[in-house]
Design a binder for this molecule. Structure first.
Ligand code: AR6
Length: 180
């Protein structure tokens, strides 16, 4: 685990399962446009959240790449789920702006709900094909650049499914935080 604190907000990168973060107020879903269950993160969160999560999502769909919406967390051990639609790499352009918008919109929504801790997966880097290193740079740099605007968020956690992916994030966090 690597952690850095910038202006009172801690960013940390860990290996783990996004559906098993009980100490976080909010977890972020790497959603599909219809906000339905799917593979990867969406499958894990909807399986753990139960049918009530998909039911609450239904009237909020469809969403566009870069957009984020918030729901309750139902059977998950959190208070909220923030659902983001990342860009499909090679199709939705500009990919870096759309991916950055996911993180920015999720942070804005979380902050406006008084959320103090939020856990992100590596949005778009699975089924949607975004190269992990580039996705990590967008995720971390967007979150770091939004820190001055945050009022309630104190902890931003990046949850990576493999140790290898966690190492990529850890290196990027060290590099980007060193520039601050
Ligand atoms: N916890 C943390 N990270 C995970 C988990 C987990 N339980 N499972 C997978 N990952 P993906 P996307 C990692 O495909 O690329 C879905 O089917 C995974 O290794 O979940 O945004 C939806 O329905 C990868 O690094 O999201 C959409 O159709 C990252 O999470 C589509 O896939 C994101 O992988 C969204 O694709």
């Amino acid at each position: 685990m690597t952690a850095r604190t910038i202006k009172g907000v801690t960013l940390e990168c860990i290996q783990g399962d996004i559906a098993q973060q009980p100490d976080m107020d909010a977890v972020v879903n790497a959603a599909n446009a219809q906000l339905r269950t799917g593979g990867g993160v969406a499958g894990a969160l909807h399986r753990a959240g139960g049918p009530g999560l998909e039911k609450e999502c239904r009237p909020l769909a469809p969403i566009e790449p870069g957009q984020a919406v918030i729901t309750g967390a139902h059977n998950l051990p959190n208070a909220y789920v923030i659902h983001c639609l990342g860009p499909v790499y090679g199709r939705d352009e500009p990919a870096d702006e759309l991916l950055g918008a996911c993180y920015a919109h999720a942070l804005e929504l979380a902050d406006s709900h008084g959320i103090t801790s939020i856990a992100f997966p590596a949005i778009s880097s699975g089924a949607f094909g975004y190269p992990l290193q580039a996705a990590a740079r967008v995720a971390l740099s967007t979150c770091i650049s939004h820190i001055p605007e945050l009022t309630s968020i104190q902890l931003i956690r990046f949850v990576l499914f493999s140790n290898q992916d966690a190492s990529v994030y850890e290196q990027q966090l060290q590099d980007l935080a060193a520039d601050r």
